[in-house]
Write a protein that binds this ligand. Structure first.
Ligand code: ADP
Ligand code: ASP
Ligand code: MG
Length: 446
């Protein structure tokens, strides 16, 4: 079997869904499982509605809901005719009824817990898959019966062994070469049956999890670009499609901001050694990227990615950094507070490290201040250059710094796995830095 995952832009309206139906039908001989995202920007709309309700603005929340009802009903009617099949009509009414109840509850309490947010966010994928399954006459599967997670709402961790067992029970018997089976990306459920989500963009991750659980031959990520490109095309329009990527390169790019793949997608595929391809829904015969364990690209620099804003913390020892135990003490604080650190650079008396912009800084700094001096630099971005021969290609560092010209580099870090060279710049310099680096490093070498 194979897994085909279609992102939000691929199912944005009826015309897009028709195209997806063609691709799903063409994949029938390979026994496809179709994993869908919410239509277009539906998830953003659901978040906006939930936030409005939390602020006590029920009217605005219900206005958002009305927009979603109109868009979904319009798509369904474009696909299936003015009079919707009874089963679909009922399903849509029930789902929107559920959304309204949730929004009213949130507005009443003026409280939006991560658990309530997940219940609301799950509606997008549940709606899109209902409409699509009705259109293709396929089998609709509720991902929450299979995709078991822990209870960290908003960013749940999948429980892969449970998913494998549940998929074998509930999903495997349905997946055949003669029917289209449709399920949701992004959403899952705890053992108690509470709805969870895998974090924004999580449908890619779902696809890889289903693929690994079912022993898929391939996981296809269908999106709005011809595969993984050498940089985000919205920033660098001359970015080029990459034909082959190693798992390691893809994982680094995703982790450092290449939005085309959710950062966790690669891990289940690596473990099950399933190739992941990234393809353009509107150009199915065009170029695409294959990510697999077999690939060894040997390029000095394959692609660039960026992530920001992030915050840089420079921690100086009030005594000596080299004093044994200082770093252990420092990272114990981060570990205990569940704050993950991305880049680290050390000097004799200080350590610079980067953390996400939304980390609660005050208590962290308060605790660190007991044994160190902390400087905070907000509004920074990480730019990562990723390539398998990065470390063994002489002169790359000079080329990189030279390409940046007058853009100030505040931190440099060569990743432990030798395929990632990251720098930190001011967030407002990110796009210009990417363009300059792409021109010299990617355009020039590969
Ligand atoms: P989907 O809705 O299909 O999941 P996303 O918007 O999440 O699509 O991801 C696709 C987008 O990722 C592209 O439109 C592109 O703007 C962006 N992107 C960022 N970096 C890259 C890259 N290196 N290669 C391709 N696309 C990238
Ligand atoms: N619909 C979800 C989101 O917008 C998940 C996804 O599209 O992958 O984040
Ligand atoms: Mg995505």
């Amino acid at each position: 079997m194979i897994v085909l995952k279609f992102g939000g832009s691929s199912v944005a309206d009826a015309a897009c869904m028709r195209q997806v139906a063609e691709l799903a039908k063409a994949a029938l001989p390979k026994a496809p499982l179709i994993v869908l995202s919410a239509m277009g920007k539906t998830t953003n709309g659901l978040f906006a509605a939930a936030k409005a309700a939390e602020a006590g603005n029920l009217e605005a929340a219900l206005e958002q809901q009305a927009l979603l009802v109109t868009a979904h009903r319009k798509a369904a009617m474009d696909l299936l005719g003015e009079t919707l099949p009874e089963e679909l009509d009922r399903a849509l009414t029930e789902l929107f009824g559920e959304l309204e109840l949730l929004l009213r509850g949130v507005a009443l309490l003026k409280e939006l817990s991560p658990r309530s947010m997940d219940a609301i966010a799950s509606l997008g994928e549940r709606l899109s898959t209902r409409i699509f399954a009705a259109f293709v006459g396929g089998t609709w599967v509720d991902a929450r019966t299979v995709l078991r997670t822990d209870n960290v709402f908003g960013e749940a961790t999948p429980q892969q062994e449970a998913i494998r067992i549940l998929s074998t029970q509930h999903l495997k018997p349905l997946v055949h070469a003669d029917r289209i089976v449709v399920t949701q990306g992004y959403i899952g459920a705890t053992e108690e049956g509470h709805t969870t989500t895998l974090g924004r963009g999580g449908s890619d991750y779902s696809a890889a999890l289903f693929g690994a659980a079912l022993g898929a031959k391939e996981v296809q990520i269908w999106t709005d670009v011809e595969g993984v490109l050498t940089c985000d095309p919205r920033i660098v329009p001359e970015a080029l499609p990459i034909t082959e990527l190693s798992f390691a390169e893809a994982a680094e790019l995703a982790a450092f901001g290449a939005k085309v793949l959710h950062p966790a997608t690669i891990q289940p595929a690596v473990e099950a050694r399933i190739p992941v391809t990234v393809r353009h829904t509107q150009k199915p015969d065009g170029r695409f990227t294959t990510i697999s364990a077999e690939v060894s690209t040997g390029r000095p620099i394959t692609a660039l990615a960026s992530r920001g804003p992030i915050t840089v913390l420079t921690v100086s020892s009030t005594r000596m950094l080299a004093q044994s135990g200082f770093l252990a003490r420092l990272f114990e604080v981060f570990g205990r507070r569940g704050v993950s650190v991305d880049l680290i650079a050390t000097a004799e008396v200080s350590v610079s490290l980067t953390v996400e912009a939304d980390v609660p800084l005050k208590p962290l700094i308060q605790e660190l201040s007991a044994f160190a001096k902390v400087e905070v630099h907000e509004g920074r971005a990480i730019i990562a250059a990723v390539g398998e021969r990065l470390k063994s290609t002489p002169g790359l560092g000079a080329l990189l710094l030279g390409a940046l010209g007058d853009i100030n580099v505040e931190m440099i870090s060569m990743g432990g796995n030798e395929i990632n060279l990251s720098i930190v710049v001011k967030v407002e310099s990110t796009n210009e830095a990417l363009r300059r680096l792409h021109r010299v490093l990617v355009g020039g070498i590969s």
